[in-house]
Ligand binder design. Structure first.
Ligand code: URA
Length: 240
């Protein structure tokens, strides 16, 4: 679909700079539209037809942007916060515009977090009826048992109106401090911590490994971010 956009908005959306930075680039004559230098930030661009280049390099317009962040502990899943460091602060400034985290991980939870400006996709991934699988690795205080596995499979009363939906709990190591992997289909507030509390145990460490078709990239260290690959975007968008 072709859209008309101001040149400065087009450039900021592409991610080559903030709105102020791209205005400076335009004024300095660094931006060409269809081979002609344009010095007006308000110049209208047809996103389908016009060829826009910055310092001779052609730019392709993408309405939606998708990033995978390896969320570290200690920051909150919000776009702004007066007191806490946010996940958005880990995104390079030129890519931040309109981005938001898809769902929330607790401040002390690490792992896979999707950031996008695509509201429809976020809605589809978060809608309770869509049952998007999310897998977590956790360290648990106390011995996790087969009874816990059964309780997780059957659904647990965590104090909400309804029991939790069936969750797959896999014991990796059972001891005073156990290691587990758990897959849930919902995203209730503090869900995993509350599920373990309900069976008398405490989550000591929590890390999200997957969300739907997305897997946390093992090459991303805590606090690192990368754009999703085309295949990852396709896999996400193909979900109904
Ligand atoms: N469950 C939790 O308890 N915390 C999270 O951050 C995610 C799932």
């Amino acid at each position: 679909m072709s859209t008309l956009l101001r040149l400065d908005k087009f450039l900021a959306d592409v991610g080559i700079g903030t709105r102020t930075q791209v205005k400076q680039m335009i004024r300095k004559g660094q931006i060409q539209v269809n081979g002609i230098v344009i010095k007006k930030p308000e110049y209208k661009i047809d996103t389908q037809k016009d060829r826009v280049a910055a310092s001779g390099e052609e730019l392709s317009y993408q309405k939606y942007r998708y990033f995978m962040l390896h969320k570290p502990a200690g920051c909150v899943c919000a776009t702004e916060d007066r007191k806490e460091k946010t996940v958005l602060s880990l995104v390079p400034e030129e890519y931040r515009k309109d981005l938001f985290p898809v769902g929330r991980l607790d401040k002390d939870t690490e792992g896979l977090l999707l950031l996008t400006n695509d509201g429809d996709l976020a809605h589809r991934l978060l809608a309770p009826k869509k049952h998007v699988d999310k897998t977590y690795y956790a360290k648990i205080e106390g011995q996790v048992t087969e009874q816990d596995v059964e309780a997780f499979r059957e659904g647990i009363d965590i104090g909400d109106d309804k029991l939790t939906m069936p969750a797959v709990l896999e014991i990796l190591h059972s001891s005073d401090i156990s290691e587990i992997q758990v897959t849930i289909q919902e995203g209730r507030f503090h869900q995993i911590k509350r599920m373990f509390e309900a069976v008398g145990k405490k989550v000591l460490y929590l890390k999200r490994l997957t969300m739907g078709p997305l897997h946390l990239d093992p090459l991303l260290g805590p606090g690192e971010i990368r754009p999703l690959t085309e295949e990852e975007v396709k896999a996400l968008c193909e979900r109904k």
